[in-house]
Design a binder for this molecule. Sequence first.
Ligand code: SF4
Ligand code: F3S
Ligand code: FES
Length: 247
Amino acid sequence: MSYDAKFRVWRGDEGEGELVDYTVEVNEGEVVLDIIHRLQATQAPDLAVRWNCKAGKCGSCSAEVNGMPRLMCMTRMSTFEPDETITVTPVRTFPVIRDLVTDVSYNYEKAQQIPSFDPGDTKPGEFRMQQVDVERSQEFRKCIECFLCNNVCHVIRDHEENKPGFAGPRFLMRIAELEMHPADVADRRNIAQEDHGLGFCNITKCCTEVCPEHIKITDNALIPMKERVAGRRYDPVVWLGSKLGIV
Ligand code: SF4
Ligand code: F3S
Ligand code: FES
């Protein structure tokens, strides 16, 4: 069954913009990205939108649909009433380039700042591990880098000034992934706390709620990292050792 849906789409660039109303045909089984593509094909050929896989795997089509951070390609039109107006805006935490496309360089800068996997003296092919030891790191590897978690985190959502000192849930989770990996020998607790702002996180769990891969970011990455940092800070032996410069 086809019907005409009312869409309100943000149009503009980094300078200024506005919400523009459109009426677009919807067919059975379609997702929000299909409607945005039809809008481009029929009424707004200059509408800028970023997408790639249309299968929820590339993380490119992040936007806010009726105020909720979502992948447009995974948001079914059947979740809305046919007479509802659907508002599509760019993700708010990153600067707009044009229309629905934002500049997500912040995320790549943070990714670069995290020290990479450190196998110590172990040579490639030497390390053996049990599946159970890497399950947690594998959960975090499901990340498709849609940055919806970073977009929704209140620490940076309306606080540009916090961006230099906070890597956001996606990259604090990356630090946790390496810290929990049995073959990585680096101690990443200070890096998380001092360089990447783990202490800013007050466990609101908004990041976990929006993750399209259903990764338990807060419970499995952020809270355990906080516990490890606290363990280091409040363990009297570690405290004495750090004063003597031996741990
Ligand atoms: Fe997206 Fe989830 Fe990865 Fe965050 S952790 S970037 S929400 S897939
Ligand atoms: Fe932000 Fe997630 Fe912590 S939304 S405050 S990083 S629990
Ligand atoms: Fe790839 Fe939506 S187009 S996740």
